[in-house]
Design a protein around this ligand. Structure first.
Ligand code: NDP
Length: 254
């Protein structure tokens, strides 16, 4: 079992949906899998999975609606009980696009509200979800055992596009690059702050994946990305705390 209880954001499609699909179908699934999405009524593939797998609970949650955090925490609490939450995957994310190119917006066309929305969804929202769920993550960590995904862990979905040490691709993806670089720093700071409590924090690059965000030009399918990420996650230990890790298991430069 990768983890006793798991919460994943942004499960309506793409990598989030595939994470759910592979976790419920695994030979050793979690006891509880909370899959959040902002419009459950439109997430028909997720609903079909929930009908077949009783461990899967769909929770309505728009990651930028901070007023819903107390209700979300209550739902998680009632699903996981006193054992706490083992694994949080901050997966929901957005990327700026304009009609003339696959990714990014040239600076002359970038608008303030677009930049702010990227930071809101990709940086502020995951940080404040972690803050809200920290007591439950600490409860899971308190059970003891080796530091790892099966004890207590937060995965922040990041990107190689946020790496300054391995700068790649078009430069004009300002908002996405900045928002993911910020979540990388937050991941590092959380690892320093709460590593002592036995919680593991990792920023993860899932590869260039064929999803709505990655487009059909992506180098790998969501199935391949998630299969590899789940294998890599199971090997994460204390020495990985606060690192940016690729779906291949390689540690990437900040
Ligand atoms: P998709 O665009 O395919 O899916 C994005 C998911 O995030 C959807 O479920 C979407 O929900 C959800 N989402 C967006 N905004 C919100 C919000 N405010 N509240 C709740 N849910 C929201 O993206 P991917 O699956 O490709 O990406 C998943 C993660 O992986 C992202 O964090 C992304 O940055 C990262 N990543 C992806 C790469 C790729 O090549 N695909 C490469 C590197 C990183 P809805 O259906 O309601 O819009």
């Amino acid at each position: 079992m990768i983890a006793k209880s798991i919460l994943i954001t942004g499960c309506s499609r793409g990598i989030g949906l595939e994470l759910v699909r592979q976790l419920v179908g695994s030979t050793n699934p979690p006891n509880v899998l909370l899959a959040t999405c902002r419009n459950p009524e439109k997430a028909t593939e997720l609903q079909d999975l929930a009908k077949k797998h009783s461990i899967l609970k769909i929770v309505q949650y728009d990651v930028t609606d901070y007023s819903s955090l107390p209700r979300l925490v209550e739902e998680v609490r009632s699903a996981v009980g006193a054992q706490g939450l083992t694994l949080l995957i901050n997966n929901a994310g957005i990327l700026e696009k304009c009609s003339s190119q696959m990714f990014g917006i040239p600076l002359e066309h970038l608008e303030i509200h677009v930049f702010k929305e990227l930071l809101e969804t990709n940086t502020t929202a995951p940080l404040f979800l972690i803050k809200a769920l920290l007591p439950l993550l600490k409860e899971a960590a308190a059970a003891g055992g080796p530091v790892g995904v099966s004890r207590s862990c937060v995965i922040n979905m990041s990107s190689i596009l946020a790496s300054m040490g391995a700068f790649t691709g078009n430069p004009d993806i300002y908002g996405y690059r900045a928002s993911k670089a910020a979540i990388n720093m937050i991941t590092k700071a959380l690892a320093e702050d709460f590593g002592k409590d036995g919680i593991l924090f990792i920023a993860m690059h899932p590869g260039w994946v064929q999803t709505d965000m990655g487009t059909s030009a992506g180098m790998i399918s969501a199935e391949e990305s998630v299969r590899s990420m789940l294998q890599v996650l199971a090997t994460m230990e204390e020495s990985h705390n606060g690192l940016l890790v690729s779906y291949t298991g390689d540690v990437l430069p900040w």
